[in-house]
Design a protein around this ligand. Structure first.
Ligand SMILES: Nc1ncnc2c1ncn2[C@@H]1O[C@H](COP(=O)(O)OP(=O)(O)OP(=O)(O)O)[C@@H](O)[C@H]1O
Ligand SMILES: [Mg+2]
Length: 203
């Protein structure tokens, strides 16, 4: 069976990790070979600087941060391609759509970040799941999960701007992949069911 790539996207706390894990478990139970990649990958050589930036221990301009998070994904591109060629389903807990949404919200021109991502040419998604959540709910979830908020999680205005960019990519069907938008405030099993239905339609 042919492999493909599924991205789970949305603002902080939208449920990306929860849904990536549920999808992975269901694929495995159905006998599919599957992998999950989570970004930012804090274990990579870029991880420390990304964490320091989000924790406000270092300051970087938006382009510097954009290039670092892009590099953090580019390092895996070859492995991901090989997995897809070998028939795996690769699930991305955030992907380059996050870079576009967050760095555009941070002030970079939308079209420039898209061009940058085109040039990097990461393996293309077949399905993009956009988990739509209100920034207020996002902050509440992250606060009860972590007890404190990082640079992005604690900035309502910023999260609203990120959400707007996701809405724009969804409206223009960016990348040509199939997009599905799901209300992230629904029950997690119901969300997972809808994601699996969309994945089943891919093969
Ligand atoms: N459908 C849901 N309803 C209620 N709470 C949820 C739901 N999905 C996830 N959560 C909870 O919300 C919090 C954030 O979930 P999760 O870590 O999956 O989000 P995320 O999108 O990966 O967040 P981040 O962007 O910060 O990495 C967790 O405490 C999780 O248990
Ligand atoms: Mg997460």
């Amino acid at each position: 069976m042919k492999g493909f790539l599924v991205c789970i996207e949305g603002i902080d706390g939208a449920g990306k990790k929860t849904q990536s894990q549920l999808l992975y478990n269901k694929l495995k139970n159905a006998g599919r070979r599957a992998s999950v990649y989570s970004y930012p990958d804090y274990k990579s050589v870029y991880g420390k600087i990304i964490k320091d930036y989000l924790d406000k221990n270092v300051s970087l301009n938006t382009m510097e941060f954009c290039l670092i998070v892009a590099a953090n994904m580019a390092k895996d591109a070859k492995d991901v391609s090989i997995k897809i060629d070998n028939g795996e389903v690769v699930v991305m807990d955030r992907y380059f759509l996050s870079t576009i949404a967050y760095q555009t919200a941070g002030g970079l021109p939308y079209e420039s970040v898209k061009k940058l991502e085109d040039a990097i040419a990461l393996p293309k998604p077949s399905l993009i799941v956009y988990l739509d959540l209100d920034p207020e709910e996002s902050m509440e979830r992250k606060m009860s999960q972590k007890g404190s908020l990082d640079r992005h999680e604690g900035d309502m205005k910023y999260l609203n701007a990120v959400k707007k960019v996701y809405e724009q990519m969804y409206a223009e069907n960016y990348t040509g992949a199939k997009w599905i938008k799901i209300n992230g405030a629904m029950d997690r099993e119901e969300i997972s069911k809808r994601i699996l239905e969309a994945v089943d339609l891919l093969h």
